[in-house]
Structure formats: C-alpha cells, structure tokens
Design a protein around this ligand. Structure first.
Ligand code: XIL
Length: 623
C-alpha cells in the first residue's frame, strides 16, 4: 500500500535562516530557555540549525545569577553559552540592570550599598564570560524609560539617581573591555516620544564618554496596534550617532483566535522589521524572543493573545517562518558584479520623429532587472525589454544611442555599441492646426467631468487633441470630446485643449473651463481609537483609524474629540492637531487626506493626565 508523505509548511524555503543572515553579514537569533533546551530534541535542533545568535531568555537575569547577595549561580547561563559555543553561535547577555527580575535584597539597599552591589554583580557576571569569544554583547541597562519619555521611576532611579546608568556602563566596560554594551527598551522601535528620549540620552552619554556602544530595540509587536512609525529611519538616526543597533526581542502577537488577515499582518510586521535591519548597515541583526509558540512569554503576559513566533507548539514551521526566511534571503547582498555587455544594438523603423532600437540580452549573476537607454550620452529611460521605440525626435536630426544593462543592486554593464541615427526629413509642415472651438464641460460628478470642443482644421490634417488639466498634459485623444475620471470630490480644476498635427505642430490653447466636482454622495467616514498603552499619568492612543465609509473618494477628514479635564496633548503624529480648551480637532496631513471608498489611514497622540486619573477620551467623531 502506498503511503503518503506529508511535507509540512514551509516546503519551499531553501537553506536556513542563519545561512541567509550570515550571507548578509547579520545575525538571526532566538531567546533560549534552559528547560526545553535540555529536554526537547526538536527544540535544540531548531535552535542549533536555524540561528547563529542566542540570548538567554531568563538565565542571565539578576534573579537567576545572584538570587542572594554574593551567591552566584551560573548553571543555566553556562548551559546556554556552552550550547552556543558548540554550535558556532554568538551570545548576547541579557540583562544586568533592570527594574524587573531583580531580587528584593537589591531593591532595599541604600544608594551606596546599591552602587556597590551593582558593581559587584556586573563585575562578576560580565567577568565570568569576558574571555569567552562567543559572548559578545550585553544589555547593561534595560527598560530605563517610561512611555512618555521620562526616566522610569524604578528603584534604581529612585535610590541612585540617573547616574546609575552611566555607572552601570562603566562597570561593564571595566569587566570586559571588548564587549559591546547596549541599552535596551521596548516601544522604541519607531519614532516617538520614548525613542526620542532614548536617542537624547544615548547622545548625551556618549558625549560624556560613557561607553554605550549599542542600542537594542526589543520589538514586541502586536497586530492590533499597527506597525511602529518609521522603524528604519529610527534605526538609522541611532546608527548615525555611531552606535550599533539591533532588534533584540522580536515577536508579533495576535489576539486569539487568529484570522487570516491578522496572520498576513504578522507576516508583514516580521518582514518589515527584518528588512529595516537589512537596510541599515549598523544593524547587527535580529533576535526573536523564542521561536516556538510552545515556549513564548506572550500567552502568560498578554491574556488572550499568542501565536507570536515562527514555529507552532508542535515545532512545525508556520507560514510566518517563510516570511522571515524570504526577508533574509530576498536580496542580492554585496553583489558588485555588473551584467554583461548587451548584444549588438540596432536601429530600425526610422521616421521623422521616432526610431526603434533593439539589442541582445545581457546576463548577470543575480539577474538583469532592466536596460538604461541613453540618447546623446544622457539617460533617456529604463526598460525591462530588449527593444524600445524612442519618440519625440526632431526631423532631419542626428542622434546617438547606446544601452546598458542593470541589476537589482544597481550595477551597470559596459555600454553597448553606439548606433547613429538621422531622422527622416519632415513633411516641411510648420503650420499648426487652428484653435479648437469652444470648450464646454458637462456631466460633472464628484469624480468625473465630460469635456467637449469644436474641431480644429489643419493644412495637412489634425491627428489629435492634447487635454490639459491644471496646465499639465493629461491625455491625448483623437475625438472632440472626452470624459476625465479619477477626480477628487469638491475640488476645482481647470481644463483646456490643443489640436496637433502629424508634424508635431500644436494649435493655440482653447478657452479654459473651470470645473468644481460635486461633494459626492454617500460620503462619510468612521473613526475608531485604541488606547495602546497607559500609565499613571499619561497614555498613548494609537492607532486612531479613519475609514472612508462612503462610495466616493474623500480628500480631507477631520476628527474631533474632547480631552477630559486636566489632560493635555504632549505629542501627535500623522494628523494636524488644533487645540481649543479641551476640544481637539485633528485634521489630515497632506499625505493622508485622500481616501478611496473603504480605505483607511491612522494617526495617534500621546496625552498626560493628573497622577492617578484613569480617564481617557471616550468619543471620537469624524467628518
Ligand atoms: C520575559 C521572559 O520572556 C519571561 O519568561 C519572563 O517570565 C519575563 O521576562 N522585555 C525583556 C525580557 O527585556 O527580559 C522579557 O522577558 C520580555 C520583555
């Protein structure tokens, strides 16, 4: 009896994540837990084969390494470090100074004793691995900020003052001068108040020669909260300070049960994070916070949410594994090999205004993506075929053409041979057509208008009419009427037309008609706001999703809401805020006002409120 071989998804992926990351000079890592690493073969197999970097998920935290003063325990940490060494993986030490998972005996110390305990702890923990070549980097300080960008009111800050941060970095540098020392936090992936506070701190610490070498962006994302703003730009602005950057704890959780849309969003978020790191030279790599849904902090921490990782609870790779694989594998890293020279370039079909060019295909190690066409040494355009028609030439004029092949990395082949072309003599016709008869508009809707005009005459013959909208050529037609579509409701436009003949002569402009499209029927918008996070004296509302619920395109939107008494806006993004007392009016920016039917866009804001006040705005209206 024949048996059926069931190949679990993803069958298409070729090579491991670590191979592809290494090809880019990046790491791809996972947080590892000690229990399954010793007890479950599929766990250690995936950890070993797919990742070239590991972070102990809990084994290097203070409560694990020094549960009591000066009683150190490194069994879990050593287990993971030894695993990494055996499997040619690098290790990121997480974490030395954090407000969480730090024993009570530390939290109760006075400033002098706390500083001494910190020095002893850092010296001992970092010192233990200082000569281990696999252990390259440390999260020296973790989660030092509140969401609004102020310093977190932790026992560290409250006991030692803000110098605890500089002290910690200096102790770590002394313990291992070669280790890369990082500050790490969450909700700092995009540009926002918190990441800007972190940026300012890193800049100022480095200006004071505090040894901060690296910034970690945790990357605990959730499909329901939207993708952070401008992640790549954020990584780049830190990189421009001279620090290494890295994604340290990536996972993308989903409210359960997950639907197809949420799974697709999750793929996109993973892809976007990996790509952002790929695109920033100073980004060392991405660590995923675990790899199997069987061992993920998400369900324990965010109730009703899960499926945040790449393998399911049975160690079967999920489609999101493929998304990560593709994001790591997809490019042509370091490709400096140009395509071969195109085959012989020839010209044919020469008229007074045009010529056909054709050439032989080039080859490339990764693939030719197009051909640049040059006229008299200047780039004219780029095509993906091996022939093109060049138009708009002048009669009886000599031109020279060559082409060059290009690849995805932008490498250009040598030039093809040059062909010299002299266009045919023109007809000698220099008489333009007469001015078109009166231009009229009719049938104005919210998105379209019909234009009609009187025919022009010409000594040889009218070949068409150029239709201009707001002084820009929109289209050329051969009839004396046209319907212009795709307009924005309630918007003024101006139109005129010109006649043209075969020799390219154009008539004078017709009269101009001004048309204002109608407001549109069935217009309307809805707004939905999510409180992403809140703390005792503030909150972030994001995403606020504006959706065009009408049947025609809208070009602007306005959302209004009321701030509870005593609350103030401290920052906003993707909308222009007008504040009048407690009434807030948020209008679209230039780039997100136009929404087709069913389309939506998002914005957000951060507000402060009196300590202990738990109110948030309740009603948002959209018009
Ligand atoms: C989490 C671990 O995954 C859990 O197992 C543990 O119970 C709590 O901590 N930010 C960090 C990580 O820097 O150390 C946290 O790890 C997740 C959030």
């Amino acid at each position: 009896m024949a048996s059926t071989l069931v190949i679990s998804s993803p069958a298409l992926a070729d090579g491991t994540l670590r191979d592809h990351a290494a090809e880019r000079g990046k790491f791809i890592g996972a947080a590892l837990a000690t229990g399954p690493l010793s007890n479950e073969a599929p766990y250690s197999t995936i950890a070993r084969t797919e990742f070239n970097q590991v972070t102990p998920e809990n084994a290097l935290k203070w409560d694990a390494t020094e549960p009591n003063d000066n009683q150190y325990s490194f069994s879990g940490a050593d287990q993971i470090v030894n695993f990494a060494v055996a499997n040619n993986q690098i290790v990121h030490g997480h974490t030395l100074v954090w407000h969480s998972q730090t024993p009570g005996w530390v939290q109760g110390l006075n400033a002098t004793a706390m500083r001494a305990a910190m020095q002893d702890h850092i010296t001992t923990v970092v010192g233990r691995y200082a000569n281990n070549a696999a252990v390259r980097s440390w999260d020296v300080v973790n989660e030092a900020f509140e969401e609004n960008g102020s310093m977190r009111q932790s026992f560290w800050l409250n006991t030692m003052g803000q110098t605890y941060i500089a002290d910690a970095f200096r102790f770590a540098r002394a313990a291992d001068p070669d280790a890369r020392l990082c500050i790490n936090d969450f909700n700092v992936e995009g540009i926002n108040a918190k990441s800007t506070a972190m940026f300012n701190l890193v800049q100022s610490l480095r200006a004071q020669n505090v040894p901060v070498d690296c910034v970690g962006f945790q990357g605990h994302l959730a499909v329901q909260f939207g993708f952070p703003n401008q992640v790549q730009q954020n990584l780049q602005r830190f990189a421009d300070l001279g620090v290494q950057v890295r994604i340290t704890e990536l996972d993308v959780r989903i409210p359960l049960p997950a639907d197809d849309t949420e799974l697709a969003t999750q793929n996109t978020y993973y892809t976007n994070m990996i790509s952002a790191c790929n695109n920033v030279t100073a980004c060392a790599g991405v660590t995923i916070w675990g790899f199997t849904d069987k061992y993920s902090w998400v369900p324990d921490t965010f109730s009703g949410q899960g499926q945040a990782l790449l393998w399911d609870t049975n160690y079967v790779a999920k489609p999101v594994y493929n998304a990560v694989h593709t994001a790591l594998d997809g490019g042509t890293p370091g490709d400096t090999t140009p395509p071969s020279t195109p085959g012989t370039l020839t010209a044919s079909g020469i008229t007074s205004t045009s010529v056909n060019l054709a050439w032989g295909a080039s080859t490339d190690n990764f693939g030719v993506t197009g051909y640049n066409i040059y006229r008299d040494g200047t780039l004219l355009n780029t095509v993906t075929t091996t022939s093109t028609t060049v138009t708009g030439l002048t009669a009886s004029t000599a031109y020279q053409f060559f082409v060059r092949a290009r690849d995805a990395a932008g490498n250009l082949s040598p030039q093809s041979n040059t062909v010299s072309v002299t266009t045919a003599p023109g007809t000698g016709d220099t008489s333009p057509p007469t001015t078109p008869g009166t231009l009229n508009s009719s049938a104005v809707t919210s998105t379209s208008v019909t234009l009609a005009w009187g025919a022009s005459t010409d000594n040889v013959g009218v070949t068409g009419y150029n239709v201009f909208r707001n002084n820009a050529l929109l289209t050329t037609v051969t009839t004396t009427s046209t319907t212009v579509t795709g307009l924005t409701p309630a918007t003024a436009y101006q139109f005129f037309v010109q006649a043209r003949d075969a020799a390219g002569n154009v008539s004078a402009n017709s009269n101009t008609v001004s048309v204002t499209t109608s407001p549109g029927t069935g217009g309307g918008c809805s707004v939905a706001a999510t409180v992403q996070t809140q703390w005792s004296n503030g909150y972030v509302v994001q995403p606020i999703t504006v959706t065009n619920t009408g049947t025609s395109t809208i070009s602007a939107w306005t959302v209004t809401f009321t701030l509870p008494a005593g609350h103030t806006i401290v920052g906003s993004w993707n909308a222009a805020f007008t504040i009048s007392g407690q009434t807030i009016t948020a209008r679209n920016m230039s780039y997100n006002g136009t929404l087709g039917p069913n389309a939506s866009t998002t914005f957000g804001y951060q507000a402060s409120r009196p300590n202990g006040n738990t109110a948030v705005p309740s009603t948002y209206t959209c018009s």
